[in-house]
Design a protein around this ligand. Structure first.
Ligand SMILES: [Zn+2]
Length: 437
């Protein structure tokens, strides 16, 4: 058989050496290329054969609860009239503008290019929150070092349009909403969220698109191992830009790095990954073998946080930023499974084991087991095992040795179901082309 369109696209994307959504703040930041060729006009079928992404259906149509920034966060409530309905004082997209809108934008929906029609089509999920200063015991926004203004309640309202919003108010509120919602959701589902617990009073930093990092434009999103902060830059789309902080899948990914980092024993957090390649004496972000490495698990684990937080959405990363349903190619475990992607193909397709693509193999393993459990209404068991296993991984682990950690946690946490769950994990490893001992 000839190569499928997906395979051709994947090769093209791999060729661009996409290294985005980092968790280390050392070394060279990723320098993005011009991705304008990825911005397709409406109605064009993408590489996976989808014309449009699935519109969001998640939030329920009820009146909003009054949500305190410090308290548990309910889901956003869908209200097509959010921007004019006094019932709400905050209007946001659900997960991201593209998913909310239900189709890609022509051109991409950005501060510079957003139209009134796009704003009104996207900002349709509402909340009622106190109009006190934004910030709580877990997260604050820090705009120092930027030219944007910290968001503040005006006229007892948090409603802002994206169009012309040079201070990125919607982006700040979107980010603040997602990280707080994630903290609530993960704590409720798994009993803990290590990132918030460890980072009480942490600074959640927002960098606007004009920001630079180590002298370079910051075209990335990042969790800092140094100070625990989250930074969201932008993604260039030709001459236009898209905010990473408007894409909930990216926010969940970066905070997922934070959750894993703080789940680990302190000695493991900054330890060197012994299964990374070296070049000219320097460690490079490529796993030694198809069995993966700790750094790749960091990426896969971050992606898993996103599909757990948005169970109704396609599990892709950065659909809004890339302005198509599949987001970053090869980071959507469901699409990868359909296409029979394996750890070997990810290794070979990424120039020899690049950690974000190798991380997809680990995400694919978990996605299979989680999705099967979800279809049976039992995904909470898997989420609990996932959360607890984070604390037991170590920098010398590979995907293969991680199975032992999964096994130990499954047996301890859900003993009555662990045999079945472990059978599912074994099958999932096999599907991804990995051989367990
Ligand atoms: Zn990452």
């Amino acid at each position: 058989m000839s190569a499928s369109p997906r395979q051709k696209t994947s090769a093209a994307i791999f060729g661009l050496a996409v290294v985005v959504l980092a968790y280390q703040n050392c070394g060279e930041p990723f320098k993005a290329g011009d991705f304008s060729s990825k911005i397709l006009p409406s109605g064009v079928v993408d590489a996976r054969g989808r014309e449009t992404p699935t519109p969001s259906t998640s939030p329920v149509d009820t009146k909003p609860e009054i949500a305190n920034w410090d308290a548990a966060f309910p889901k956003l409530v869908k209200a097509n009239d959010c921007m004019t309905n006094p019932e709400y004082n905050l209007c946001l997209p659900w997960r991201d503008p593209l998913t909310t809108y239900g189709q890609r934008f022509t051109p991409g929906y950005t501060v510079a290019s957003a139209t009134d029609a796009q704003d009104s089509a996207v900002l349709i999920y509402g909340m009622k929150v106190p109009t006190t200063a934004i910030g709580n015991q877990n997260y604050t926004i820090d705009v120092s070092g930027t030219t944007i203004t910290k968001v503040a309640a005006a006229n007892n309202s948090w409603k802002y349009n994206v169009k012309g919003d040079t201070s990125r108010k919607v982006a700040q509120l979107s980010m603040f909403y997602v990280v707080n919602y994630q903290r609530t959701y993960m704590t409720e589902r798994t009993g803990t969220f290590y990132y918030a617990r460890a980072r009480a009073g942490a600074t959640l930093r927002l960098k606007p698109y004009i920001a630079t990092f180590q002298g370079q434009p910051f075209e990335n999103a990042m969790f800092s191992q140094t100070d625990g902060s989250l930074t969201f830059g932008f993604w260039r789309q030709g001459s236009d830009t898209a905010d990473f902080s408007l894409d909930g899948s990216v926010i969940a990914h970066e905070a997922g790095h934070g959750n894993f980092h703080y789940a680990l024993p302190a000695a493991s957090r900054l330890a060197l990954d012994p299964n990374l390649k070296r070049q000219n004496g320097q460690v490079i972000p490529y796993c030694l073998t198809i069995n993966g490495c700790f750094s790749a698990m960091h990426e896969g684990i971050a992606d898993i946080h996103s599909f757990i937080l948005y169970p109704e959405a396609p599990p892709s990363i950065a659909p809004y930023v890339m302005n198509n349903a599949e987001g970053f190619d090869m980071r959507d475990p469901a699409a990868n499974l359909e296409a029979n992607v394996t750890s070997t193909s990810l290794y070979n397709g990424s120039g020899g084991g690049e950690i974000h693509y190798m991380g997809s193999a680990y995400a694919m393993i978990w996605y299979q087991v989680w999705k099967k459990a979800k279809d049976a209404g039992a995904e909470k068991d898997i989420e609990k095992i996932f959360s607890e296993h984070l604390a037991d991984l170590s920098p010398s682990d590979t995907f293969i040795t991680a199975f032992d950690v999964i096994e130990t946690n499954a047996n301890a946490l859900v003993p009555a179901k662990s045999a079945m769950i472990l059978t599912d994990f074994r099958a999932a490893y096999t599907k991804v082309g990995l051989t367990l001992p």
